[in-house]
Design a binder for this molecule. Structure first.
Ligand code: NAD
Ligand code: UDP
Length: 346
């Protein structure tokens, strides 16, 4: 819906999965959108439909370098989000989170813009408190293979609060829990895209570990709605605020649901569990609900059905044969005793 006042809004990471949906939403509201991306994991395909819009502008730029533009609001989403991608070049991941935050906060300070940080449930690490509330400080390994992302995002939160305390910046921090939907990268290794691509190809579904670990999956439209509401809160609302769907499921249940919805004949293949892979994750969204009047409205089956329709498009056919197994090497533990190609149990 169009808003009365048109703003100039910068979205870093705007060509990525979440960023492209956010750009679309902001344009629908009548704002001018500057999408900044270095295309590390994002793609022009995600924003192809926006390129002809005169209110949309695309700038290839790496947020680890300073940026001089004039904007009213900044959504800082630039950062690879999939474990395979953020562990591929961990030093760059930390630089993107930390230098990127410093550069975007510096920009916000110069032009007096309001700035929102896409933080993550990973700041809770492998949580000892369940479900996770915003006042939980987390259980994070500072020297592991996930640390470049977890600690980078934690440091970015610190910077946001210090810029507020020191320079009185208007900040908002969203702690985003696992989000899925159309425009996820088909090969980015995240569980929803992996399972759907494997199910559509009839390949074994790769479950890491025994599949009893849990996540809580939020459909992208709900998440974008949450980010939009958070940005519109009064200046004294900073967060951090959890944004995610509190319905928790095991990876086995997720695999089963995707197999059912695709009508696939895929079997389950159990693989080694990634290092420091969190055991359980579920957001407590009491704060988001009271501050933003927000809660997700899309059920997992409904969201998965839309995502499956997206990945069923002809352009993804050639990617169906791609292996979605984890890369060998130092990032992951040697295989624990696991069954391979076990028959699925239903
Ligand atoms: P994504 O990988 O699809 O998007 C990230 C975008 O940032 C890509 O377009 C990438 O090219 C761009 N980028 C990366 N490094 C950059 C740099 N140095 N300079 C400029 N652009 C750069 O991931 P996503 O799922 O859309 O995630 C977006 C943001 O939300 C990330 O900050 C991520 O940490 C956060 N987040 C996402 C989830 C999720 O489940 N999707 C969960 C928690 C947090
Ligand atoms: N996972 C899995 N099979 C896959 C990809 C991921 O079993 O093909 C598991 C992974 O070990 C983790 C969960 O799914 O326990 C979510 O993984 P993802 O990489 O999507 O996100 P994150 O670990 O960052 O929550």
């Amino acid at each position: 819906m169009k808003e009365a006042y048109c703003k100039r809004v910068l979205v870093t990471g705007g060509a990525g999965f979440l960023g492209s949906h956010l750009c679309e939403r902001l344009l629908e509201q009548g704002h001018d959108v500057l999408c900044v991306d270095n295309f590390y994991t994002g793609s022009k395909r995600n924003i192809a439909a926006l390129l002809d819009n005169p209110r949309f502008e695309l700038l290839r730029h790496d947020v680890t370098f300073p940026l001089y533009v004039e904007v009213d609001e900044i959504y800082n989403l630039a950062c690879p989000a999939s474990p395979i991608h953020y562990q591929h070049d961990p030093v760059q991941t930390t630089k993107t989170s930390v230098h990127g935050a410093i550069n975007m906060l510096g920009l916000a300070k110069r032009v007096k813009a309001k700035i929102l940080q896409a933080s993550t449930s990973e700041v809770y690490g492998d949580p000892l408190q369940h479900p996770q509330t915003e006042d939980y400080w987390g259980h994070v390994n500072p020297v592991g293979t996930r640390s470049c992302y977890d600690e980078g995002k934690r440091c970015a939160e610190t910077l946001f609060f210090d810029y507020r305390r020191q320079h009185n910046l208007r900040i908002k921090i969203a702690r985003i829990f696992n989000t899925y939907g159309p425009r996820m990268h088909p090969d980015d290794g995240r569980v929803v895209s992996n399972f759907i691509m494997q199910a559509l190809a009839g390949n074994p579904i790769t479950i890491y570990g025994d599949g009893t670990q849990t996540r809580s999956f939020c459909y992208v439209d709900d998440l974008i709605d949450g980010l939009d509401r958070l940005m519109k809160t009064p200046d004294d609302v900073t967060g951090p605020v959890n944004l995610g769907n509190p319905v928790e499921c095991t990876m086995l249940e997720l695999a089963q649901t995707i197999v059912d919805l695709t009508g696939s004949r895929s079997t389950i293949a159990f693989r080694a569990r990634p290092l420091d892979d969190p055991e359980r994750r579920r957001p407590d969204i009491t704060l988001a609900s009271s501050l933003l009047g927000w809660q997700p409205t899309t059920s997992l089956r409904e969201g998965l059905t839309r995502t499956i329709a997206y990945f069923s498009q002809p352009e993804f056919q050639r990617q169906l044969g791609v292996s979605h197994d984890l890369p060998d090497g130092m990032l992951y533990r040697p295989a624990a005793p696991v069954q391979d190609n076990a028959r699925r149990s239903h």
